[in-house]
Design a protein around this ligand. Structure first.
Ligand code: ADP
Ligand code: MG
Length: 277
């Protein structure tokens, strides 16, 4: 028996259009065809139809977030090579990607040297949060502070703070790379105090907490900041090599190999090498 007559198909189309479900509408013919061919059970067909709509909605949410939240790139957990970075625990990251920490208004801090994937993981959490429909915002510490200073000079600080307190997830990337002015540090402290226990912040830094006093130019303020930050916090300490340099290290290792293994069964003459190449 056919899954749907031509007129039933038309009614389904009209309903999906009425409900503004273009993703499901586009998948309809294919799903019905699979139903006819008994390739899908009825529940699986409904799931496929709704799944198509959810995928489209999530893709649109992400697109909107990329535009409005200044995400510098789209990164996912699937793209993250855990074997390259064994100090990152897959279970911890997978669990974070279920986004319970955002519900609980907990923070995440990624610490480690350059190139180990701090920004990648911060962004993959942000992508997941945006796809789930949460408000997200991304900035480097330097950018966020510059925007706060600019707002303060223009007499719009309250407004700017409100904008940055509002998102359920704020990413503060690259703490420790650039020097910060005293006013800048105070403005950032204000922002973080407002977000404390109100919304989640993900921070990344190449500096250990002990060095944050130097980064913010004030030990007491840095201590107060860290105190609030780590109160409800997941700390991911990444110890490892830079992923950016991995090709170079492979190249380096390849260049080292002939010297490291000079023996082999029998050294061939140059002419043999050419002949067998
Ligand atoms: P960090 O912020 O720690 O300096 P990034 O997250 O910017 O490092 O990583 C540098 C580049 O390498 C990015 O393009 C990132 O996607 C990639 N990268 C880093 N670690 C991994 C990994 N383990 N698997 C796959 N890609 C990675
Ligand atoms: Mg980074």
């Amino acid at each position: 028996m056919k899954a749907a007559t031509a007129s039933a198909r038309e009614r389904l189309r009209a309903q999906l259009a009425d409900l503004k479900m273009p993703g499901a509408l586009e998948a309809l013919d294919d799903v019905l065809r699979q139903l006819d061919g008994a390739a899908l059970t009825a529940p699986a067909a409904i799931e496929a139809l709704l799944g198509a709509q959810i995928s489209l909605r999530n893709a649109r949410r992400l697109q909107a977030a990329v535009r409005s939240s200044r995400l510098p790139a789209i990164k996912t957990l699937a793209d993250f090579d855990f074997t390259f970075q064994p100090s990152v625990k897959r279970e911890q990251l997978e669990s974070l990607h279920t986004l319970g920490f955002i519900e609980r208004k907990e923070n995440v801090v990624f610490l480690g040297p350059p190139g180990v994937g701090k920004t990648h993981l911060a962004l993959s959490l942000t992508v997941a949060a945006a796809q789930s429909g949460r408000r997200v915002y991304y900035g480097t510490l330097a950018d966020l502070i510059a925007s706060l200073e600019e707002a303060q000079q223009a007499g719009r600080l309250a407004q700017r703070l409100k904008t940055l307190v509002f998102p359920s997830l704020l990413v503060v990337d690259e703490i420790g790379y650039l020097p910060i002015s005293r006013t800048g540090a105070m403005l950032f402290f204000q922002l973080m105090s407002r977000r404390y226990e109100a919304a989640t912040t993900i921070l990344t830094s190449n500096k250990r907490f002990e060095e944050w006093g130097e980064v913010f130019g004030d030990d007491v303020m840095a201590a107060a900041l860290i105190d609030r930050l780590v109160h409800h916090c997941h700390i991911v300490n990444i110890r490892g090599n830079s992923y950016r340099l991995r090709q170079h290290s492979e190249l380096y290792a390849a260049l080292q190999r002939p010297a490291a293994e000079p023996s082999g069964p029998k050294r061939r003459s140059r002419s043999q090498e050419v002949a067998t190449a």
